[in-house]
Design a protein. Structure first.
Length: 98
């Protein structure tokens, strides 16, 4: 587990001058606050993705095996999931660098 270090404040010029060093600090857990005229304009920090769908399915199956039966979500849960799906029907178009 990566523990977050204290925030590191840097100017845009400092970040641009040594990007590799900035990214190394981020890899080590630091959060970099990029400032312009002493005002924060961005934060650079490590991306910590959530569980994959495969991991979630495996956890659910393990839980089912421990219980001896499959948990059944209530109707409200199913409606909430359907509402989330319906709200995000647009295709995902991430930036080209993703």
């Amino acid at each position: 587990m990566i523990k977050t270090m204290a925030l590191v404040h840097m100017s845009e010029a400092e970040v641009a001058k040594n990007c590799a060093a900035v990214l190394e600090k981020v890899r080590q857990g630091a959060e970099i606050v990029v400032e312009q005229d002493h005002r924060p304009v961005a934060v650079i920090k490590t991306h910590r993705p959530g569980r994959s769908i495969d991991d979630c399915i495996a956890l659910a199956k393990a839980y089912e095996n421990r219980l001896g039966f499959a948990p059944i979500p209530d109707a409200g849960f199913a409606q909430d999931v359907q509402a989330a799906i319906d709200a995000h029907r647009a295709p995902l178009t991430p930036p080209s660098w993703d």
